[in-house]
Design a protein around this ligand. Structure first.
Ligand SMILES: *[C@@H]1O[C@H](CO)[C@@H](O)[C@H](O)[C@H]1NC(C)=O
Ligand SMILES: *[C@@H]1O[C@H](CO)[C@@H](O)[C@H](O)[C@H]1NC(C)=O
Ligand SMILES: *[C@@H]1O[C@H](CO)[C@@H](O)[C@H](O)[C@H]1NC(C)=O
Ligand SMILES: *[C@@H]1O[C@H](CO)[C@@H](O)[C@H](O)[C@H]1NC(C)=O
Ligand SMILES: *[C@@H]1O[C@H](CO)[C@@H](O)[C@H](O)[C@H]1NC(C)=O
Ligand SMILES: *[C@@H]1O[C@H](CO)[C@@H](O)[C@H](O)[C@H]1NC(C)=O
Ligand SMILES: *[C@@H]1O[C@H](CO)[C@@H](O)[C@H](O)[C@H]1NC(C)=O
Ligand SMILES: *[C@@H]1O[C@H](CO)[C@@H](O)[C@H](O)[C@H]1NC(C)=O
Ligand SMILES: *[C@@H]1O[C@H](CO)[C@@H](O)[C@H](O)[C@H]1NC(C)=O
Length: 802
């Protein structure tokens, strides 16, 4: 609808309207899309009726050039964002009394400039994007200009003053006023507010920082801020920043996006996409209101922002996290019926029932129990004072989970509910949620294959953070016609840096597949160096025919996963019979390579145990698809240069829908002897607990330094029987508990006495629980993580002695 007559596009158009005999001297009609005002002299901007919904229009100013000729134009200003007009009989008119009015359906005035003048007036749009109303006399003053009433965007050299505010849009698709505001506060500081009827809070600059810590000045009352053409944003409170492309004359705009962050966008050519060249807030989880009440936000630069309900709570509207979560239990005031769940690194900002200095855990707990409305308490160590502060909570808003936060939350739950873990609510990525499907392309796959997947793209106005965990992938459909592979590669590269390689490229990178570094399921792994000097591990699958399904499974699964402890895949090659995968290179090889050396001290071993558990918990419970690895073993756990673990080799894994729990259709046994759960052998139902079992075995190996089947030498050095490591450790514990110590007997002798006994004991107990024969007795991976971490934090926080 925002079509523009080409002939008018770049022509100079200044509309002059003289005071005549009619009641209005000039009008734009909503029915006529060609009724627009184009800026002069270059035609960079256009003003006119812009469709904001079905049969709903706003009078707006936008960048004339459409993106890719396909997508919509970029709107920079709107007169009536909250009150769109009808698609029939609505007009923008300059009345003879000098008032510019927007009339809805020929009847109601929904917006006006409130100007008056008896002189002839000019209405024109400048190439700066400023719409101006002034008397037809070059030396007279401006009566009204759109630059004085910004919506969510500032253009270069547009002054932002103390009288103005920027208000975010509701969502990517809904331009009406959202909940985030940028204003000069009473103390002359530029601030970002989250502002809804129930809550109003500042989230930028960081409310915990004092003004001087943020290098702001409250003394300059001129309250003015501007972004200049070269990309320097500076404000009278001494806040300033340069964009990453500072110094160039580019098209720029500064927008308060619907997700609450202010970003500067720039582009060289009009046809180019906007790229983010600067932003106010670097920590998206500190933007208030992103995850609604009773939920926490966590952020990983690789997967974006994620919301999670608190344990015992469930999501209210799975299309909109900002509504938060509701308790799935009956709240009881009864002291005896309450207990507290320990959530490390979880912070809820504000809404404290007072602040209690120097409280012990017990005092804080009793304080909370005495208050009926207390639903949790924040407990935080004050380092320079050497004591804890206690913050009972009446409401849980603005929650975030970050290892940088050193305090903890204790959540009040009914006694029988404490074992509850997080409900696995997740957002349905709907179009209404600021999530937009941008590209979907097809590549030519061989017959018999129909591994599907979609490329969802975080549009998010720059795609920096997203409101839900994102799928990055694409669609591989069988029997599709050849399509533009380049385009495909481009779309993915834009999203993840993941791309398709040519065979010759990889052959060159590996110097003709000369340096073998390992053999995994279905293929040999070679070391290589890409043309951009990145060192990679390239896995070449053995058998193209049989390997292809494994290939596609691996590509499809890994391509859409992202976790710190998961091996990163940078690309693949599918050319003729060749099937290759390009992974990041792990300097220290596999866990198996290192277990029997002296490289792994107890700290490294512990971190490997936790990292592996976190990754499995992510695969089982946090990603969109429920994924089993099915072949956890030390050969599949790689170590980076800091000995951080990364799980690799998904060749044998299988994607299951959660609903398919009961009819899992594993056709053949997967896994490796020694690590396989009894379910495989007895042909029973396969669940995520098979990975838990394998993990338990790996954990025992990490602790003991022994392989899962240990030969027991009975007589004359003759090996008589094999005993399972699991049975051996179990037996040691049974006997050891009688004498009061046992861990010392099983720990890898290579460690000497350089380990923490309590810590090892936790590891060993968790491991033994994981290898329980009965699958229902085994903990879930997230419970494992929690047990390992809780122990850790209790030590750090000194809570273990409470
Ligand atoms: C935008 O959001 C507002 C407020 O929630 C709603 O009233 C309006 O209908 C929405 N507009 C569109 C086009 O969805
Ligand atoms: C984008 O453009 C299409 C066609 O021009 C239009 O139907 C749609 O409403 C526009 N979307 C938005 C959000 O303005
Ligand atoms: C126009 O505005 C001036 C001052 O703003 C006011 O004094 C005058 O009465 C107004 N005239 C009309 C016709 O509203
Ligand atoms: C333009 O405005 C100036 C100052 O207000 C005035 O002196 C001059 O006469 C005006 N010219 C016309 C043509 O109205
Ligand atoms: C940006 O503008 C501020 C305020 O005018 C100024 O102090 C600062 O030096 C400028 N920075 C650059 C790189 O021009
Ligand atoms: C206040 O800020 C403005 C704009 O940044 C600047 O021009 C002015 O010199 C400042 N005033 C003082 C007293 O620092
Ligand atoms: C959040 O939890 C509290 C206490 O459990 C409850 O009273 C409140 O209604 C919840 N908030 C929402 C939005 O459901
Ligand atoms: C404790 O709370 C649970 C859940 O609300 C309830 O079923 C149970 O009866 C309560 N027990 C007592 C002793 O109040
Ligand atoms: C904290 O409280 C304890 C016990 O009430 C007291 O002994 C201690 O001095 C207090 N610490 C500080 C720093 O006030």
């Amino acid at each position: 609808m925002q079509m523009i007559f080409p002939s008018m596009l770049f022509s100079l158009l200044i509309l002059l309207f003289h005071f005549q005999y009619s009641s209005s001297s000039f009008s734009l009609y909503v029915e006529k899309p060609e009724d627009v005002i184009v800026s002069s002299p270059k035609g960079t901007f256009t003003a006119g009726f812009y469709p904001v919904g079905e049969n709903a229009y706003s009078f707006a100013i936008w960048f004339t050039q459409k993106l890719n000729n396909k997508n919509n134009v970029t709107v920079v200003w709107m007169a009536n964002r909250d009150q769109p007009v009808n698609g029939k009989c609505s007009t923008l008119s300059l009345l003879k009394n000098g008032n510019l009015v927007l009339t809805d359906a020929g009847q109601f005035i929904v917006w006006s400039t409130n100007t008056n003048s008896s002189k002839p007036l000019d209405l024109f749009l400048l190439d700066t994007g400023n719409l101006i109303l002034k008397e037809h006399n070059t030396s007279s003053a401006i009566l009204w200009q759109s630059f004085d009433f910004p919506t969510d965007t500032l253009l270069p050299d547009q002054s932002f003053t103390g009288y103005m505010k920027l208000v975010s849009s509701k969502s990517y698709y809904n331009c009406s006023s959202g909940s985030y505001k940028l204003v000069f506060d009473n103390d002359n500081l530029l601030r970002l507010f989250y502002d809804i009827p129930q809550e109003s809070s500042v989230y930028w600059p960081d409310p915990l920082l004092l003004d001087w810590q943020d290098a702001r000045s409250t003394y300059n009352s001129s309250r003015i801020a501007t972004l200049n053409r070269l990309g320097n944003f500076s404000s009278s409170d001494d806040f300033s920043f340069k964009t990453s492309d500072y110094g160039e004359e580019l098209q720029r705009r500064l927008t308060l996006d619907f997700d609450g962050n202010v970003r500067v966008y720039s582009r060289k050519h009009e046809q180019e996409k906007w790229s983010v060249s600067g932003q106010f807030h670097q920590q998206p989880c500190q933007i208030h209101g992103i995850c609604g009440p009773n939920s926490t936000c966590s952020y990983d630069p690789r997967i974006g922002r994620k919301c999670l309900c608190l344990p015992g709570y469930s999501i209210i509207n799975n299309q909109d996290w900002s509504q938060g979560c509701k308790p799935s239990f009956q709240f009881s005031c009864n002291k005896k019926n309450s207990s507290f769940k320990f959530l490390p690194h979880v912070e809820f900002y504000n809404y404290d029932y007072g602040f209690h200095k120097n409280y012990t855990y017990k005092q804080c707990k009793h304080l909370c129990l005495r208050l009926c409305e207390c639903i949790a308490f924040q407990f935080r160590y004050v380092k320079n004072k050497g004591f804890y502060n206690c913050y009972p909570k009446m409401r849980l808003l603005n929650g975030r989970r970050s290892t940088k936060f050193k305090g903890s939350l204790f959540l009040r739950l009914p006694k029988n509910n404490v074992a509850l873990s997080h409900a696995h609510d997740r957002l349905v990525c709907s179009r209404n949620n600021g999530v937009k499907q941008l590209g979907r392309s097809y590549i030519n796959a061989k017959e018999n294959e129909s591994v599907k997947f979609m490329l969802w793209f975080a549009s998010g106005l720059g795609g920096i953070e997203v409101l839900c965990l994102f799928l990055v992938g694409w669609v591989l459909f069988k029997n599709r016609k050849q399509s533009s592979v380049d385009n495909h590669g481009y779309v993915l590269a834009a999203a993840t840096g993941f791309r398709k390689f040519s065979y010759s490229e990889l052959k060159k990178a590996t110097k003709g597949f000369s340096q073998e570094i390992g053999r995994g399921a279905g293929g040999i792994v070679y070391k290589g160096v890409l043309s951009d000097t990145r060192v990679v591990a390239i896995k070449r699958l053995h058998d193209a025919n049989q390997g292809e399904s494994e290939f596609l499974a691996e590509v499809s699964i890994i391509g859409r996963l992202n976790h710190m402890n998961l091996i990163g895949m940078w690309g693949y090659c599918a050319e003729g019979k060749h099937r290759l995968l390009v992974y990041e290179y792990m300097k220290n090889g596999t866990l198996a390579d290192n277990l029997f050396t002296n490289e792994l001290d107890s700290g490294k071993r512990y971190n490997i145990a936790i990292g592996t558990a976190k990754c499995l918990a992510y695969l089982h419970e946090e990603c969109l698809e429920w994924i089993l690895h099915c072949d956890i073993k030390p050969q599949n756990i790689l170590l980076d240069s800091d000995y951080r673990p990364k799980i690799s080799d998904f060749g044998l894994s299988k994607l299951l829908n959660r609903d398919d729990l009961d009819n899992s259709n594993f056709s053949r046994i997967r896994g490796t002897r020694g690590y396989m759960a009894p379910e495989w052998i007895f042909n029973m139902q396969i669940t995520s607990k098979v990975d838990v079992y394998s993990y338990g075995v790996v954990l025992l190996e990490i602790i003991t330094g022994k392989s899962p089947t240990i030969g027991i030498q009975i007589k004359d050095g003759e090996e008589l029987c094999h005993e399972r490591l699991v049975t051996w450790v179990r037996e040691k514990r049974r006997k050891g508990l009688e004498v009061g110590y046992w861990v010392e007997q099983i720990v890898d002798p290579n460690l000497g006495s350089n380990y923490d006994v309590k810590r090892m004991e936790t590891l060993a107990n968790v491991a033994l629980d994981c290898v329980a024969e009965e699958k229902d007795v085994r903990p879930t991976m997230s419970q494992v993580v929690e047990r390992l971490l809780t122990h850790e934090h209790m030590i750090i926080d000194g809570l273990l002695n409470e």
